[in-house]
Design a protein around this ligand. Structure first.
Ligand code: ADP
Ligand code: MG
Length: 347
């Protein structure tokens, strides 16, 4: 059995079913993200794991023990919220030591643990400061230290970075992941930001309308989405309509070119998706689909250049790496785009 086991979890508020047959098995030390749009039930799942909300039905086991029915403070869980929920009238040290004090730890133990935690989050000298004297990023690091100080067996993070500005958000997510790895603590991280989830998770649960649509590694979620929702929510996507041909399943015609898809498809027509980096400017070796196109937009992003081109029946975004010896095409240029059938994702 997994360390944290959630099975057939459901939650309704009145007649509103906000979590539907949610299943998840988390291994000890794993970093799992719940990813989905606002209102899809992420916080509700987290609050049920923490014990702030009771499930309508379902089982939550931590370390083999069913915790449904036990109070939050008996679950040994650490939680960090989006808004800095620090106690404003307490110093940083008092905030970090709060959970230990509640547990009845002695003063020396608290002092030692607080120092250890402040060192862990890179704020060893801020113990005497008050929350208002800290930046947003520092406050969230203190909130993390406060959650970790009592040595919880599970860490729950509910959009802990969304109130921070972009640069701090990126550096702090890397830091959170490093601390999580160092402690080996089992973690569930909630976010609506797909890039954030892709960059730091061992596995991602993509949620849609209270349902876990797909569970997989970032690589699997991005490259082999199993539902149209996952394909469209995670990453950029180009779509092509293809005609399904007679013969082996997976044989289709894209822009008049017969190709074999990596998976079987049925029906008369199918929508196919291709990530921007799967589309090449010019003909790549081994590419089976070649489309004439006109360049409409060129965005020089630094290491990557994103080009939008018009093909018969729509627009295609493609990414190429910057090469100092090859300037990007000009707007209005007639070009060929190409892609390999194995990179096409049926929707
Ligand atoms: P997310 O965190 O993904 O944005 P939530 O779990 O907060 O989503 O909410 C999921 C749905 O449940 C929303 O429609 C929300 O309005 C509803 N909801 C959440 N908490 C309550 C509550 N205490 N009472 C009634 N409805 C709620
Ligand atoms: Mg939420």
């Amino acid at each position: 059995m997994s360390f944290l086991d959630i099975s057939h979890l459901e939650k309704s508020f009145g007649s509103n079913r906000v979590v539907k047959d949610f299943n998840l098995a988390v291994e000890k030390g794993e970093f799992i993200s719940l990813l989905g749009p606002s209102g899809c039930g992420k916080t509700t799942v987290l609050r049920m794991v923490a014990g702030f909300e009771s499930p309508s039905t379902g089982v939550i086991r931590i370390g083999g023990v069913d915790v449904v029915g036990t109070r939050p403070n008996q679950r040994n869980i650490g939680m960090v919220f989006q808004a800095y929920a620090l106690f404003p009238n307490m110093t940083v040290a008092q905030n970090v030591g709060f959970g230990l004090k509640i547990k009845g730890a002695g003063r020396d133990e608290i002092t030692a643990r607080v120092a250890e935690m402040l060192k862990l989050i890179g704020l060893p000298d801020k113990g005497a400061a008050y929350p208002f004297q800290l930046s947003g990023g520092q406050q969230q690091r203190v909130a993390l230290a406060r959650a970790l100080a009592p040595k919880p067996q599970v860490l729950l993070l509910d959009e802990p970075l969304s109130a921070l500005d972009a640069k701090v958000r990126v550096s702090l997510r890397t830091e959170i992941r490093a601390i999580q790895r160092e402690l080996g603590i089992t973690t569930i991280f909630v976010t609506h930001d797909q890039e954030e989830a892709l960059s730091i998770s061992d596995r991602i649960v993509v949620m849609n309308g209270g349902i876990a649509d797909q569970v997989g590694t970032p690589f699997e979620i991005y490259n082999r989405p199993t539902t149209r929702f996952v394909a469209q929510f995670v990453g950029q996507l180009n779509t092509f309509s293809a005609e399904v041909l007679d013969g082996p399943a997976g044989r289709v015609s894209v822009a008049g070119v017969p190709v074999t898809l990596p998976v079987a498809v049925a029906g008369a027509r199918v929508d196919l998706a291709a990530r921007p980096e799967a589309v090449r400017l010019g003909r790549g070796a081994g590419d089976d689909v070649v489309l004439p196109a006109t360049v409409r937009e060129v965005h020089f992003l630094g290491s990557v250049i994103r080009i939008t081109a018009e093909i018969a029946g729509g627009r295609v975004a493609l990414d190429t790496f910057n090469r100092p010896d090859a300037p990007p095409p000009v707007i209005g240029a007639a070009v060929e785009l190409s892609l390999a059938a194995r990179d096409l994702i049926p929707l």
